[in-house]
Design a protein around this ligand. Structure first.
Ligand code: NAG
Ligand code: NAG
Ligand code: NAG
Length: 152
């Protein structure tokens, strides 16, 4: 292992003299990088994450029943449901790094986005929104989220 390391370092030095020395002198990064870049509430403010929580795809159910009222109401309910999961895990929407929004119909995007924009804190997490062929129940939206658990 030691031989391999010094062999590789030697190769690097041979390949590029400018590569070898920064590798040795570089300390811990001054600013950690997240999906949110420098705008993130988590690492740009110096807080430390002690873990991550991945939610399952969360559906617009309340007490086991899908809510009525269309895409806006369903979006609100999903966001509230994820909020409860995050709270239980010791975090909140404020620390969400990434969401994936699954829509049964991309025509619902604008209405979904209005609710999403109003309910989620800024800066918004990175997001993908896709229309899926079919969701497994009689609902229009499902969202999954990845959040950091802040060390408070
Ligand atoms: C859902 O369940 C909770 C607790 O059992 C109850 O307080 C609440 O009224 C119920 N909500 C609806 C809309 O059924
Ligand atoms: C929206 O969903 C809630 C439950 O979260 C329900 O009480 C309410 O009646 C629904 N609103 C509409 C307009 O259907
Ligand atoms: C999606 O919604 C649009 C507008 O309401 C509707 O015309 C279209 O048929 C829907 N597509 C599907 C696959 O349900």
């Amino acid at each position: 292992m030691i031989h391999l390391t010094s062999f590789l370092t030697g190769c690097l030095a041979l390949l590029s003299p400018t590569l070898a020395s920064p590798l040795e002198t570089r300390g811990p990064p001054k600013k950690a990088v997240t999906y949110l870049g420098t705008q993130g509430p988590i690492l740009s403010s110096g807080a430390v994450a002690k873990g991550l929580v991945y939610t399952s795809g969360t559906v617009p159910s309340l007490n086991g029943t899908i809510v009525v009222g269309g895409i806006k109401n369903e979006t609100r309910q999903v966001i509230e449901n994820i909020g409860l999961i995050l709270e239980e895990a010791g975090t909140s929407w404020k620390y969400v790094l990434k969401t994936t929004v699954f829509l049964a119909n991309m025509s619902d995007y604008t209405a979904m986005n209005e609710v999403y924009r109003d309910l989620l804190p800024n800066p918004k997490p990175a997001r993908s929104a896709i229309q899926v062929g079919k969701l497994p129940g009689n609902f229009l939206i499902e969202i999954e989220a990845i959040a950091a658990i802040p060390e408070i």
